[in-house]
Design a protein around this ligand. Structure first.
Ligand SMILES: [Zn+2]
Ligand SMILES: [Zn+2]
Length: 732
């Protein structure tokens, strides 16, 4: 690290100015401070006074330095009083030490008061004050003071430039930084290792990585601080690979990495998902004994979760001795990112249990987790905590609240939070629009979009995706076509692949298969899997085997890993009774090793999320669930329910098919909800894939028989089942 100005000054202290009586004491005090024995320094100071010595101006310098290092503010204030009594406060050495001490203890206003009382503007005091302002996050004041000292004719020294460059870095003031660099050249300080390091750091933090490299390459010797600055700078500029290369070079040159280096390298691994390299770095960290550091631990968790190895992230998390809120946040967000929202919620409860105070990031993470598994009750609970902590005014938190309520099926609550927001950015508006789209509220969505335009919100790509999908889900074909045609003309948004996918979906659902197909041929870019799948979905709905076959062939030839393509084609065949063809496609997918996401349904009961898969045998109450489904089948059949066995893909006996249908994860979750909640309670379930047609029909009957509202969120949208009907009007 850079030497503090005190260390520099101590070395340069004129021996002749020292009073003879105190001289041996002062020397011992100075030696102890230099050796880092701060407590011992203060003890000696006590001892010398007990022996009747009267401290002189040079006694106070090491003593205040010891206080600063120990952040012993109480002690320092006593000494300050003593200094005032003995008239040394305005002395340049003592005054500067006081400024330095207060700044290091974080009491910048006290520092400034002492500084302003020093009669002559001196470079030593100025340096202490500039560094103090930088340390306390007052970079502007540091730069003002730098200006002031120069106008008073005080020549800056190396340490002054270090402080000023740090100030520029923290303000990201690249132009000012360049000016200072010019001045450094003129003063011939460019070859000073501390100044050069600070230059590299400043350029790297300001995002000008080329300038940083230029200075870096010209440095005759490079210590770990400057290497780390270069590594972090490259990560910041999105050059993770180059950062890892620098790490190698640094070790080749025999420079040992420190904590900051490791954090930089882990960030680099995270940014380019370099899991193997990340593991090697962890080994090295353990060898150096740096793994106990909280920052390193947090970076490891972040790296592993961003590299997709949540198990490793959890291993690091579990072995950390001290876990701050950042560690909890990294772990919670890691679970959310890899689709384990359920585990994120379990962890968030542990966090509360351990009494860790949640911050904005925690709230955003937990709300995302609630949204991902549709845990509305848990979400409401978190909302209460957010209100209590006053975090509701944070725009990220309130955006996440809107998103959570919309995705958990309570569009009313989403609307309430949205209307209460004092400032709304395009993200909030679009989240709300997406909420309307998912709930099939086409006209609400259009009204909302109109309001957006009136209030002058800048509309982006994602806004348009939500708008088009709202039209699609509500069957508003003309409106959708109108908006699509005006994307680039009126709203200056370029039509992208996602917009075409929405339009193909919209036309396809409405039965305009030929129009949808010809729209694809007009695309300026290569149609993606999602575009073709939208058309395949339409072929399935309208039973168009011919078109479906033709498209699927083309899609699977160009993208044999498109799992949804196989499933849709297999469904198209099955729906047309072509069992052999359906089974063939199924087999083909397995042979090619293409895995589809297994269907899974979640339901939240009594603040606990239960998850089901098809033919689930794991759930502790599975026999009661089967009994409930059997009991329901009698009134269902009486009301005219006919199991739609087209949704069973296997060519088996009819009876077996009915029983398999019965064990779809949607039905298991609904039955569990019915037996676990009092009559009349609404049920909310969430399926990760599109809800199956037979389950959709069955749920309509169940809602009528049991007199309950059943809200199902699938991969596409919400279905509100009530009294035998669904809000989607069977159009989804
Ligand atoms: Zn089903
Ligand atoms: Zn529906």
């Amino acid at each position: 690290m850079n030497p503090t100005w005190v260390e520099t000054e101590l070395a340069a202290m004129p021996a002749g100015a020292v009073s003879l009586d105190c001289f041996p004491w002062n020397r011992r005090l100075t030696e102890n401070v230099k050796a880092g024995h701060y407590k011992k320094t203060l003890e000696l100071f006590q001892q010398m006074q007990e022996e009747g010595m009267i401290p002189d101006r040079f006694t106070f310098v090491p003593v205040l330095n010891a206080c600063a290092s120990l952040e012993a503010l109480e002690e320092a204030r006593h000494i300050h009083a003593q200094i005032i009594k003995s008239g040394y406060e305005s002395d340049i050495y003592v005054g500067s030490s006081l400024v330095d001490m207060y700044a290091k203890c974080g009491h910048i206003e006290d520092a400034r008061q002492v500084f302003d009382r020093i009669p002559t503007c001196d470079v030593v005091a100025c340096n202490a004050m500039i560094l103090g302002h930088v340390k306390c996050g007052q970079a502007e004041r540091a730069l003002e003071l730098f200006q002031q000292m120069q106008s008073e004719g005080v020549e800056p020294v190396a340490i002054t430039f270090v402080g000023v460059l740090n100030a520029c870095a923290s303000l990201m003031a690249l132009e000012k930084g360049r000016q200072v660099h010019q001045q450094i050249r003129q003063c011939h300080f460019e070859s000073n290792v501390f100044v050069a390091s600070s230059l590299v750091d400043m350029y790297a933090k300001c995002g000008s990585i080329d300038d940083a490299s230029y200075v870096f390459k010209r440095m005759p010797t490079r210590n770990v601080v400057v290497w780390s600055a270069m590594i972090l700078g490259h990560v910041k500029c999105g050059q993770g690979q180059k950062a890892l290369q620098l790490f190698q070079e640094m070790q080749h040159e025999g420079v040992e990495p420190n904590l900051v280096t490791f954090i930089g390298v882990l960030n680099a691994c995270a940014s380019i998902a370099a899991l193997d390299e990340g593991r090697r770095v962890e080994e090295q960290i353990i060898q150096c004994g740096c793994n106990a550091d909280a920052f390193v631990g947090n970076s490891l968790i972040d790296m592993y979760s961003k590299c997709g190895s949540i198990k490793d992230a959890r291993r690091v998390f579990d072995t950390m001795s001290k876990r701050d809120v950042v560690a909890w946040n990294s772990m919670i967000l890691g679970y959310v990112k890899c689709g384990q929202g359920h585990n994120a919620l379990v962890l968030s409860r542990e966090l509360q249990h351990e009494g860790v105070v949640a911050d904005h990031v925690t709230f955003v993470g937990v709300l995302n987790a609630c949204a991902s598994v549709a845990a509305l009750e848990e979400g409401r609970h978190i909302h209460k905590q957010i209100i209590q902590s006053g975090a509701e005014s944070n725009i990220f938190v309130s955006n996440s609240l809107v998103d959570m309520y919309a995705k958990c099926g309570s569009i009313e609550d989403a609307c309430k939070v949205f209307n209460n927001m004092s400032t709304r950015n395009v993200f909030a508006w679009t989240t709300m629009l997406g909420g309307y789209a998912m709930h099939g509220g086409g006209h609400e969505a259009l009204g909302h979009f109109e309001r957006m335009c009136q209030e002058g919100v800048e509309i982006d790509n994602i806004t348009f995706v939500s708008l088009l999908s709202a039209c699609s889900h509500a069957g508003l074909v003309d409106e959708g076509v109108h908006f699509f045609e005006s994307t680039s003309l009126v709203y200056s948004v370029c039509a992208a692949v996602e917009h075409y996918a929405c339009m193909v979906d919209l036309l396809g659902r409405a039965g305009c298969l030929d129009e949808a197909e010809s729209l694809i041929t007009t695309m300026p870019c290569e149609p993606s899997g999602s575009v073709w799948n939208a058309l395949l979905g339409a072929c399935r709905i309208y039973g168009n085997v011919e078109m479906g076959e033709c498209i699927a062939k083309r899609v699977l030839e160009s993208d044999p890993g498109n799992a949804a393509g196989y499933v849709l084609l297999s469904n198209i065949y099955a729906a047309a009774g072509k069992w052999d063809s359906s089974a063939n496609v199924h087999r083909q997918r397995l042979e090619r090793g293409v895995k589809k996401e297994p269907g899974r349904t979640w339901i939240e009961v009594n603040n606990e999320v239960h998850s089901f898969i098809v033919n689930d045998e794991e759930h502790p109450q599975i026999s009661e669930i089967h009994a409930e489904l059997k009991r329901l089948s009698v009134p269902m059949n009486n009301l005219g329910y006919v199991p739609d066995t087209r949704f069973v893909l296997h060519d088996v006996e009819e009876e077996e098919k009915v029983s398999r249908l019965c064990h779809h994860s949607e039905k298991l979750a609904i039955a569990f909800g019915l037996i676990s909640t009092p009559p009349g309670t609404s049920l909310r379930i969430f399926k990760n894939l599109r809800v199956c047609g037979d389950c959709h029909t069955a749920t309509k009957f169940i809602s009528k028989i049991v007199g309950r509202v059943i809200i199902v969120r699938d991969a596409n949208r919400f279905h509100h089942f009530e009294n035998g009907l669904c809000s989607c009007q069977d159009y989804w």
